[in-house]
Design a protein around this ligand. Sequence first.
Ligand code: PLP
Length: 458
Amino acid sequence: MDRKYNSMREPAPSEHIPEHGIPAETAYQIVKDETFPQTQPRLNLATFVTTYMDDYGTRIMNEAVNINYIDETEYPRVAVMCGRCINMVANMWNTPEKGEWKTGAVGIGSSEACMLGGVAAWLRWRARRQAQGKPYDKPNLVMSTAYQVVWEKFCQLWQIEMRTVPVTREHPTLDVDSAIRMCDENTICIVPVAGVTWTGMNDDVQGLNDALEKYNAETGYDIPIHVDAASGGFILPFLDPDKKWDFRLKWVLSISTSGHKYGLVYPGLGWVVWRDKSCLPDEMSFSVNYLGANITQVGLNFSRPAAQILAQYYNFLHLGMEGYKEVHSNSMAVARYCHEAIGKMSCFENYSKKLDNPLFIWTLKPEYAEKTNWTLYDLQDKLMQSGWMVPAYTMPKDMEDMVVMRVVVRQGMSRDMADMLIGDIRNAVAELEKLEYPTPSCVASGRNGKIKGKVYTH
Ligand SMILES: *Cc1c(COP(=O)(O)O)cnc(C)c1O
């Protein structure tokens, strides 16, 4: 039989590129159907990354789908637009730099932006050590245990020792005194986070800056700050503009953010900005001459899509400061609403009373968890059945026995959706409370659970 007709009844290829192709329509359908049963992106409350853009933003991106950003000679206006975006982000973070083009770089996400900020800090430290005739083989970096995995990658790939300050119930964010105590002559930088992935809270950058001012003066070191503002970089300037966390602080030499988180662009965009040119080591700029002109580039990637850059610029034009403020105020209002509703449910306890960013975590109340047959992992499964992805996970080192659940509110999550979510959580809890036997995850957690009032032993 013609493959045109039988291709739908054969298993999908998974090892080798098939010898013969199939009609585009069939191939399209197979690919579509593979992805069909997944979570709807907008019900994915696990991600920080944009799942809604308006029609024009989507159009801009689709129309630029065949443009490679690196071809600056062919598409010089894209490079100009990228420079304008860097300027705007730098000014949004109160850069002191005055020149026409601020010092920064575009990345695929915060991960690339963090790597670039980290590498610059390491190279600056190394140059200083070399100039002093001192050894430069044992660099270290200080941050809290609630780091995002990119910092583990950075330290592993560049062989930098990672020194972590435990986050605990007493110190739910980076403890400044402990961070300073971990520093020495080999510390390349301290990395506070604005919008900690695990909790949604902000580390105290100003407190850290003030402590470093004193410490650096006493020791003669120059330990700087890189702020990982993956989420907070696009929240603080709009919702808390008077808070000093950015280049208004002396020791903040670089900041990174995700354009595809609260910058409101679909995935594939990060930004890093340095205080000024002197903070970006020359070794990080590479020139290539085979694209039709001499191009200088800072980044780990070479080719990358241009669409996200156009979309970022589109968002800046369309929304303006006012529009961003409104979008994020809406997300904050919806997040506060969910936070309050969940805090009122008798089985739950919010981790933090106030919200720094439009996301939060909560736990089962310890006294409730003691005598129930289910865990937050079971609630995650139940919510999946109504289409929601609300992740449950354990907290980082030193708090890993605490299981939490997180909701990230983004543009596109309406109050109506919040009401549906809260309703689904209530229904799921009511169902779980009817369980007569502990769930496997409850047993695995080491709790015995309860059978109709009796302690279950196994
Ligand atoms: C999301 C996140 C990252 C990684 O960002 P990507 O844009 O996904 O690469 C790094 N740090 C923090 C604090 C984050 O929240």
